[in-house]
Design a protein around this ligand. Structure first.
Ligand SMILES: Cc1ncc(COP(=O)(O)O)c(C=O)c1O
Length: 385
């Protein structure tokens, strides 16, 4: 197993499921079992923060090599805004909205692409390709441009227009497809094989999820190095939810948070029209079956067959979590409530998260005494044609 280290970090790759080590060169999924690879870091190092104001503030637990400068556009350090009126409406003690719409290209996907493009540039790949429900393509277009790498994007024709426009404005080659992200995924695999491009599909490479961890680091720092009782995340492919959970595991193992700190309960929010994780969770299953005919206005949640299904279901089991879905009408109503009660330009995915939280509180599965962080993962502006 190759180790890389500098004054702050040392890391290697191994399987998230069977722990088989992997070489860094050409890393994709586990060669033994096909599950996602995880970067692993030295434990017990204590809290080390870089003196900089982007997602690489947390580089001690990020996949950076000695002397390397990351590919960054100033992603991260997004506001976490307390919303007492929403807390009252939903019925919890305290509620914060972490507004990821304020990232470059207006979604949390910027964080993952900053990490992935740092490693892709380091590996000297000739170009990068991604299948996307929308925002990941826009983020890759921007970070590919920043890294000086050619970018190929496959996205559903139904992706909101402003997102498709952003992909092209950043100079990426965009192929609009009939179908969903799963169909785009097959095209991306074929394109990567034919052109030697690096496939940056969710959890098919190990680094996007590393960038997503920075949401977990920030959440803890913004709360004064403590955690909420529950984290509500609108979930499609799962890299956001898994990233936050992984960050907290590592913060405890490295002494950034006190030993024995308990993970928050994770609430995976999906849309009624595409809810493979919520369905598998309700059935007590360890993996999800593909969702046939996925349909939802919340484009980021239209992921019928996430590669991270086993990991997500494990996170839910280990944290006494919940997975549930919201109707299209509830998504629209709660998106509007989120925006009008706070001034945050909410994406429908954020509205979905709030709706699922409200249902969980009404059913008594989340207590009225809870402190909760809800992620608004994108911007409403991305949906206004
Ligand atoms: C705005 C938005 N929210 C949520 C998601 C789902 O995130 P993940 O794939 O990390 O579960 C996406 C994915 O594209 C998205 O664009």
């Amino acid at each position: 197993m190759t180790q890389h280290s500098d004054a702050q970090a040392s890391w290697s790759l191994s399987c998230s499921s069977c722990a088989t080590p992997s070489a860094l060169a050409g890393a994709s999924v586990c060669g033994s079992c096909g599950q996602p690879l995880f970067a692993r870091y030295a434990t017990g190092t204590g809290r080390v923060l870089a003196d900089r104001w982007d997602s690489w503030r947390y580089s001690a637990l990020m996949p950076l090599l000695a002397g390397e400068s990351p590919v960054t556009l100033g992603e991260g350090l997004t506001p976490m805004i307390e919303a007492p009126s929403l807390a009252k409406l939903v019925g919890v003690r305290r509620l914060w909205i972490k507004d990821e719409g304020q990232n470059p290209t207006a979604s949390f996907k910027a964080r993952g692409m900053s990490a992935a493009m740092t490693r892709a540039r380091g590996a000297g790949v000739p170009g990068v390709v991604v299948p996307t429900a929308g925002n990941a393509g826009a983020a890759l277009a921007a970070y590919g441009a920043a890294a000086g790498l050619p970018v190929q994007v496959f996205a559903p024709r139904t992706t909101p227009r402003p997102i498709l426009d952003t992909i092209e404005a950043m100079g990426a080659t965009l192929v609009r497809i009939d179908g969903h992200i799963g169909d785009a995924g097959k095209l991306a695999i074929a394109f990567a094989a034919e052109h030697g491009y690096f496939n940056v599909s969710t959890l098919r490479e190990p680094y996007r999820v590393e960038g997503m961890k920075t949401m977990g680091f920030e959440m803890a720092e913004q709360l004064g190095w403590r955690l909420p009782d529950a984290v509500v995340y609108p979930t499609g492919g799962g890299e956001g939810t898994i990233g936050i959970w992984k960050a907290i595991e590592e913060m405890v193992a490295s002494g950034w948070l006190p030993a024995g700190t308990v993970q928050p309960r994770y609430v995976v929010a999906q849309a009624d029209g595409c809810a493979p994780i919520a369905r598998a969770f309700a059935a007590g299953a360890e993996k999800a079956e593909p969702w046939v005919d996925p349909v939802t206005y919340a484009a980021g949640l239209r992921v019928p067959s996430p590669l991270g299904d086993r990991l997500l279901l494990r996170v839910l089991r280990e944290t006494n979590g919940i997975a549930a879905s919201a109707s299209e009408q509830a998504i629209a109503d709660w998106t509007k409530r989120l925006a009008t009660a706070t001034g945050i330009d909410a994406a429908p995915e954020g509205g979905c998260a709030l709706s699922v939280l409200c249902d969980a509180v009404t059913k008594g599965t989340i207590s009225n005494d809870a402190e909760v962080v809800v992620f608004n993962t994108g911007s409403g502006a991305s949906y206004r044609a």
